[in-house]
Design a protein. Structure first.
Length: 422
């Protein structure tokens, strides 16, 4: 009797434990949250930390001794770091794990932001930019590859462009709120804009660790070398992908707006006023996401819209360079952001439609290496052009006007030679 009682109790405990484990696995947070919501949450947390820096980024760098030319120069190194790290990080994302790659990006973001708390001068800022650039390279390609394959596993490929566009809407909201809060931080001490990233990056790491394991990994696993070979082979044989990389190269001229919008508007509205300037500009980004969400064209045939988005971006940027006062430049800047906001989800949909699962992240990194090298070249050219010029609005307007012309002319030329059925 005693033995039997013990057996029954033991059996009962084991059965209860099994039941609890089964229920826990069925009701785990990872399985309960929809795929796109995991992606939106991760993206929002990462972007919030970045958003806290945007409104006071250039004023902060100027406050620690950099000139406008040096702001462009360290950003040239920032993008050069990303470009050089793209292929290794993309190969690791496909060969090792996309979730692991995203978590490594969070680690480098944390380190770079922490180092910026103690930066003082050009060289220390340069080191911080390179560390954050490595983190950005780990994100690049892996994010889009993860959500694309996660949707494919659920038979929801047709929702891909909508998901990318919705992420843009959420990103716009997060950037507006973060930019506003960053302005408040900057009023006390501009260096404090880096503090939130030290908090949000580990939080994003936790989101990936708890919610994004396995589901978005390659459906057909490849080694790192196989993924690179497949990516190069696809690029050589696919004219549409070569064309979109060319468009991304032209698009690199937008980087001049990133660096100079805050020092341009700050004398007109003050440090706190930058927050509402940022909010108004991001109305354009929200509008762009709504437009992309409502497109009815087949996925993979976005070429004309991609070209149009770059033209709109160029008109807005060049228009800011030609205008004066506050209202007209603000309107043109909002148009600029609208064009920019359209390009990202359109390119993601266009590219992912043509790339297979096993090497999505590696191809995304190869695409960034070739298409985003201009993001390093353009700031370097700006530095060479204005390194002896004063830090004045006239200098900034000249740069914006020239870059706007590059965007308009380059995109129109590429539009004329776009592939058929693209």
């Amino acid at each position: 009797m005693k033995t039997g009682s013990i057996d029954r109790v033991t059996f009962s405990k084991k059965t209860g434990a099994d039941v609890l484990q089964t229920v826990a696995s069925c009701c785990s947070l990872e399985e309960f949250v929809r795929t796109e919501h995991k992606y939106y949450l991760y993206d929002a947390v990462v972007d919030f930390g970045l958003a806290m820096t945007v409104t006071a980024y250039a004023p902060f760098l100027i406050s620690i001794g950099l000139t406008l030319g040096e702001v462009s120069l360290i950003n040239a190194f920032f993008w050069l770091t990303i470009v050089l790290a793209e292929i290794p990080t993309g190969m690791l994302a496909d060969g090792k794990s996309r979730a692991w790659s995203l978590k490594m990006g969070c680690v480098f973001f944390t380190l770079g932001a922490f180092a910026y708390l103690f930066a003082n001068g050009f060289w220390s800022a340069l080191v911080c930019e390179c560390v954050i650039g490595i983190g950005m390279a780990f994100f690049s390609g892996a994010e889009q590859a993860w959500v694309t394959d996660a949707l494919h596993r659920e038979g929801r490929d047709h929702e891909r462009r909508k998901v990318f566009a919705t992420a843009g809407v959420i990103r716009g909201f997060v950037m507006v709120v973060g930019g506003f809060l960053g302005s408040i931080f900057a009023l006390s001490n501009a260096r404090l804009i880096w503090l939130p990233m030290i908090i949000t990056s580990p939080l994003a790491w936790l989101v990936v660790h708890k919610l994004m394991n396995g589901q978005g990994e390659p459906i057909h696993k490849m080694t790192e070398v196989e993924a690179l070979r497949a990516s190069v082979s696809l690029l050589k044989s696919n004219r549409s992908l070569k064309w979109v990389i060319g468009m991304m190269f032209v698009f690199g001229a937008v980087i001049s707006f990133n660096h100079f919008w805050s020092p341009y508007f700050q004398p007109l509205v003050g440090t706190m006023g930058l927050s509402w300037v940022w909010a108004i500009m991001y109305i354009g980004l929200a509008l762009s996401a709504v437009i992309v969400r409502r497109l009815s064209i087949p996925q993979g045939q976005e070429a004309a819209w991609i070209a149009a988005s770059v033209v709109v971006t160029g008109i807005g940027l060049g228009g800011v360079g030609l205008s004066s006062g506050l209202l007209l430049p603000l309107f043109m800047a909002t148009m600029h952001e609208c064009g920019r906001g359209m390009l990202g989800p359109l390119v993601d949909s266009f590219v992912q439609h043509r790339v297979e699962s096993g090497y999505r992240a590696t191809f995304g990194s190869l695409q960034s290496l070739l298409g985003k090298i201009s993001l390093a070249i353009v700031p370097a050219l700006i530095w060479l052009t204005i390194r002896h010029d004063p830090n004045t609005p006239e200098t900034i307007r000249f740069v914006w006007f020239v870059c706007g012309l590059v965007l308009i002319i380059g995109s129109l030329m590429l539009f004329l030679v776009r592939p058929r059925n693209a």
